[in-house]
Unconditional design. Structure first.
Length: 151
């Protein structure tokens, strides 16, 4: 794991050979619905860059209601934690905002699996747009039986 000394609460993880990396950057003020309004925990914010279609396929969680994305990280997390991801995909000029919740955790030491978290896309317009954009990018690959980071 690498840490950027310029940011105090940031983790960066890399999927070897697949060109994906993620950086957590603390919390995003003003997001989190009623919990944030009550002063409760705010969602973590992360930046994720996936440079190859194979890496996007391996990370996409199509079996999750509304879609989801696996992110390799060693950062501690709990199921249900809110998270906000900003996804850069391959050579796409615009980033994809992904609000969601942690729905999957692969702990360290699981044979044949990368440690990380799965994010279930929020059931709102932004979550639906993220799912639709990723599925468009993966179009023909969605029916593949190749293994992914989760199933």
């Amino acid at each position: 794991m690498k840490t950027d000394p310029g940011r105090s609460d940031q983790d960066t993880a890399t999927l070897p050979g697949l060109g994906a990396d993620a950086a957590f950057a603390g919390t995003l003020p003003g997001i989190g619905g009623t919990e944030a309004a009550r002063g409760g925990p705010r969602p973590s914010v992360m930046s994720l860059s996936i440079k190859e279609k194979a890496a996007l396929y391996a990370s996409y969680m199509r079996f999750i209601d509304g879609g989801g994305l696996f992110v390799p990280t060693t950062r501690p997390a709990q199921l249900g934690d809110e998270i906000y991801a900003i996804l850069s995909v391959m050579d796409e000029p615009s980033k994809i905002p992904i609000p969601g919740r942690i729905c999957w955790i692969t702990p360290a030491g699981v044979p044949g699996r990368q440690q990380g978290i799965g994010i279930q896309f929020a059931k709102n317009e932004a979550g639906e747009q993220a799912r639709a954009r990723i599925e468009t990018l993966l179009s023909g690959a969605l029916q593949s039986t190749r293994p992914t980071h989760t199933i």
